[in-house]
Design a protein around this ligand. Structure first.
Ligand code: B12
Ligand code: SF4
Length: 501
């Protein structure tokens, strides 16, 4: 079967700052797997390939088209592509993290023949086999479709795969591998790659408990390293950002990676995201010695009532020791917090600000609570009547995922949130990485400007110009909010602490 997998382009209206393109790893994995099983799958990334759709139809003559939807930021292009191929009688299957949580809306609006839920590889294969055998694809597990009388039908979920069945992805499916590399912190030529999938956590704001069913699975280390060494050898990859939700949970897993890196003489700098409590100081040292330069920890709430809402179950007594260990070892730590939890009060926000300021972390990131469909908090805010969820793709398109403040959730004013978040952003922008052992130290703003300039190599000029314009506008708004409201800073006890080493 000829399969065309499409990564839709960003909606220009959602580009409120410069957005980067990372490898469409999900599509790469699906295409590699299908080709291994004798199909003919290709990938078109519309961020780079803007050929008119009729040219794509003529060039690929697909039997079926798959469109990836990982956020609300690709909706117009997703619709344009889907409508075009469906008009030409090519079935369209949509999948990906975001599609998996809103299949009903996609199908009700007639934008796909079916939606594939969660992990796509095996389900695709089963669908293609059904099409080959001319049997009913609606019998395949793991999909959602619209029944004959307009009802939405979910088939039973497809069990998760054994990841060793996948093998390394085939990067030759992308004509422009190097365009996906980007700077990250002060390290160049970075690409997202993954070693494990899923997370055992059950945070109330996260869609992961639904998507990965609180399961975490690890790929064979050798497959991951095959990808890395291929990219180093052929394209000059220098840095990897592990796309794992929860990196390196066991010592065995970490040591298998480091040992194989040594045995195969593979060197690269890298960073990852993991959980407080997973790593002791000696583990962090070992990670540093093997190329790790940054760790991202999701803390999301200070201990107490907000932590209960987040349902993260962090061992709070280990937060400061872990961040201090990062500092002593010499790697960058970045911790994230969520503002605007349902029911949050000014006093809660003050606690969060105090707690954040007490942490010896290099950077502090803040996102506003975004009600992701199928997460526990989403159900709560909908059931409590404080959130009227979007019911159409157009409404979803207009509701930013994590940068929008939903005013009905808490009693803190939007202005207070903007001011406090801007203060932390400004502080981070002008701080230097005091812990990165001077190897490549520099302030975040210097790095951000460098990143912005370098991005001209990989983005379409119009996209770059627009992104740069919005980034500049965004920066001015941060500056004004952070500097013009000293009363609000005082109210929450915020003090600038710009680290200059
Ligand atoms: C790398 C990455 C990126 C990269 C590249 C994204 C890409 N095109 O794949 C970049 C930097 C561009 C990016 C940007 C954004 N990202 Co991002 N990203 C990730 C990250 C860290 C890894 C994704 C990955 O490669 N996983 C490994 C592969 C194998 O898994 P997968 O992508 O889920 O693919 C599988 C299934 O989803 C499914 N599938 C995927 N595509 C398709 C398509 C079809 C047709 C089918 C049938 C199935 C299918 O099968 C795949 C194989 O098993 C994830 C977190 C995570 N660990 O998943 C966040 C994540 C996907 N990103 C997220 C978000 C919010 C964003 C942004 C909105 C951030 C922002 N504010 O700018 C943008 C949106 C970009 C867009 N185009 O819409 C969220 C999405 C939440 C959600 N429920 O949808 C995630 C889950 C992070 C999080 N926990 O919040 N991201
Ligand atoms: S927020 Fe992070 S730790 Fe919590 S369930 Fe989601 S991926 Fe896991």
């Amino acid at each position: 079967m000829r399969v065309l997998l499409i990564n839709p382009n960003y909606d220009p209206n959602t580009l409120n700052y410069l957005k980067m393109n990372g490898f469409p790893i999900g599509l790469l994995s699906i295409a590699t797997f299908l080709n291994k099983h004798g199909h003919n799958a290709s990938i078109v990334d519309r961020a780079f390939n803007r050929a008119p759709l009729d040219e794509l139809l003529a060039e690929y003559a697909p039997d079926v088209v798959g469109i990836s939807m990982i956020s609300n930021m690709v909706i117009p292009d997703m619709i344009e592509v889907g409508d075009f191929f469906r008009r030409h009688h090519v079935p369209v299957y949509i999948g990906g993290t975001y599609a998996s949580i809103i299949p009903e809306i996609i199908l009700t609006e007639g934008k796909a023949d079916l939606v594939i839920i969660s992990e796509g590889e095996k389900i695709w294969l089963n669908l293609l086999e059904a099409m080959d055998a001319k049997t009913d694809p609606h019998k395949v597990n793991g999909i959602v479709y619209m029944g004959e009388n307009g009802n939405i039908v979910y088939t039973p979920p497809e069990p998760f795969m054994d990841l060793s069945e996948l093998g390394p992805v085939d990067f030759s499916l992308l004509p422009n591998v190097k365009d996906y590399f980007q700077p990250c912190y002060c390290y160049d030529n970075m690409a997202y790659l993954y070693l494990s999938k899923g997370c055992t956590g059950n945070c109330s704001f996260c869609f992961n408990p639904y998507f990965h069913k609180c399961k975490r699975r690890v790929r064979p280390t050798a497959d991951f390293l095959d990808e890395v060494s291929f990219l180093i050898e052929h394209y000059g990859l220098e840095t990897v950002y592990f796309a794992d939700e929860l990196w390196g949970v066991t010592k065995t897993e970490r040591q298998s990676l480091f040992q194989q890196m040594r045995e195969r003489n593979i060197h690269f700098t890298w960073g990852c995201q993991t959980r407080i409590g997973v790593l002791k100081k000696e583990d962090i040292q070992e990670m540093y010695d093997n190329g790790c330069r940054w760790i991202f920890f999701g803390i999301e709430a200070p201990p107490g009532h907000l932590a209960q809402i987040a349902n993260k179950h962090l061992p709070y007594d280990l937060v400061i020791p872990t961040l201090e260990a990062c500092q002593e070892v010499g790697l960058i730590s970045n911790v994230s917090f969520i503002f605007n939890y349902p029911g949050e009060t000014e006093s809660d926000l003050k606690d969060t600000v105090q707690y954040m300021q007490s942490l010896p972390s290099t950077y502090l990131s803040i996102a506003y609570f975004a009600p992701f469909e199928k997460s526990e908090l989403y159900n709560q805010v909908v059931n409590n009547g404080i959130y009227d969820p979007p019911k159409t793709l157009e409404e979803i398109r207009n509701g930013a995922l994590i940068e929008k403040i939903h005013s009905t959730f808490s009693s803190v004013s939007d202005r207070d949130y903007h001011v406090i978040r801007s203060c932390f952003l400004l502080q981070d922008l002008f701080s230097r990485d005091p812990y990165s052992k001077k190897e490549k130290s520099g302030s975040f703003i210097t790095k951000s400007v460098k990143t912005m300039v370098l991005n001209i190599r990989t983005l379409q000029f119009k996209q770059w110009l627009r992104g740069t314009f919005y980034s500049a506008k965004y920066f001015i708004s941060i500056l004004l909010h952070a500097l013009c409201f000293p009363g609000i800073r005082r109210k929450y006890g915020f003090h600038f602490n710009i680290r200059r080493n």
